[in-house]
Design a protein around this ligand. Structure first.
Ligand code: SF4
Ligand code: SF4
Length: 339
């Protein structure tokens, strides 16, 4: 009998055995890579070898496994997937995605099928990128919920925490690989977590993110500071990278195409930073100016979602900071707003 609150130890070779077994029936993705090569890459692409996940989040957001950049939605064919090493910030983004695609009167059948068929074996961060600012938003660099199993790396193995019935079932059916965690292993995990949290907090503070203001008040709809948004949006080239790389951005366009087999309907990621994003029939456009669109992106993340879901739709992953061709840094805009 596996108890959800029980903590286990899994050796590196035990993890390899578990993942090799899972890869028979699942497409297994690994949050892996070095330096700027962090990707969610199919394990088969990197060949057999240790299933060692990266110290920090991947470049590619977790949403790609559930909501592809371009997807034929006229035929449903999701395959069971496993993600190994997903980080806390990406797990936080799934709550937003679940709300959008599953939380209303209509559930998106493709997203639901993929979500139901996704096994999440997450992992603690063991380092931070210089753009990470999760602790500023009240999060931690290790998962606290949203996973089936979570792995906290130690030398030679992992402390394993169970987060769902799926995770419990996985341990029960592979019980020979898991041992109860020892006190010294738990102490090492807690020390690693505290050290990294302190490192991210120092980085956040050194970057000037020290204010306590409520972000929904800073970016709320109330009379936006036109000069501030105009100045910050002046370098935007409307590439959409900030939206596409963001784990919580979810807007899409549908387009129909005909090929030899008949009509197909595709769902493609869309960007609220595109000039015609808000254009409606007849040609009217609510947000023709870049400043309006940049403000809308912030307003959606820091006001709209907190009002509706009680959660900021930004995880502090820093991906948009790295991706922006216009060098628009979300942290700097927030600092300006707080001044
Ligand atoms: S807005 Fe930027 S920092 Fe926030 S979750 Fe999206 S990509 Fe990450
Ligand atoms: S990534 Fe930067 S330049 Fe590209 S659309 Fe977003 S804000 Fe504009």
């Amino acid at each position: 009998m596996v108890l959800a609150e029980t903590l286990y130890y899994l050796s590196e070779s035990g993890l390899a055995e578990l993942l090799d077994k899972l890869s028979h029936d699942n497409r297994v993705y690994l949050c892996a890579g070095e330096e700027l090569e962090y990707r969610i890459a199919p394990a088969e692409a990197s060949g057999p070898g240790p299933w060692r996940f990266s110290a920090v989040r991947a470049v590619e957001p977790l949403k790609s496994l559930l909501f592809a950049a371009r997807q034929d939605v006229s035929s449903l064919s999701p395959v069971p997937q496993v993600i190994l090493g997903a980080k806390a910030c990406d797990l936080a983004s799934l709550r937003i995605m679940d709300h959008v695609f599953l939380g209303g009167d209509f559930q998106d059948p493709d997203y639901k099928a993929r979500r139901d068929n996704l096994l999440i074996i997450s992992g603690d961060c063991t380092d931070a990128k210089d753009v990470c600012f999760c602790t500023f938003l009240g999060a931690k660099p290790y998962p606290e919920s949203g996973y089936d199993l979570n792995l906290s790396p130690l030398s030679g193995g992992y402390v394993v925490q169970v987060g769902s019935d799926k995770g419990t079932g996985l341990i029960e059916s592979n019980s020979g690989l898991f041992q109860p965690a020892k006190q010294d292993q738990l102490a090492q995990r807690d020390k690693n977590r505290a050290d990294l949290t302190a490192k991210v907090e120092r980085q956040v503070k050194a970057g000037g993110l020290t204010f306590q203001d409520r972000l929904d008040k800073l970016v709320g709809r109330g009379s936006p500071d036109v000069e501030l948004w105009t100045r910050n949006a002046s370098t935007c080239v409307e590439c959409g990278a900030c939206n596409f790389i963001c784990p919580t951005c979810h807007c899409f366009l549908l387009s129909d195409m005909e090929d030899r087999s008949g009509f197909k309907r595709f769902r493609n990621w869309d960007s609220c930073q595109y000039k015609n994003f808000a254009r409606v029939a007849g040609g009217a456009n609510q947000r023709p100016r870049r400043a309006q669109r940049l403000h809308t992106r912030f307003e959606k993340k820091f006001k709209f979602f907190p009002d509706r879901l009680g959660q900021i739709a930004c995880t502090g992953c820093g991906r948009c900071v790295e991706a922006c061709l216009g060098k628009i840094d979300m942290r700097e805009v927030l600092k300006e707003l707080a001044r």
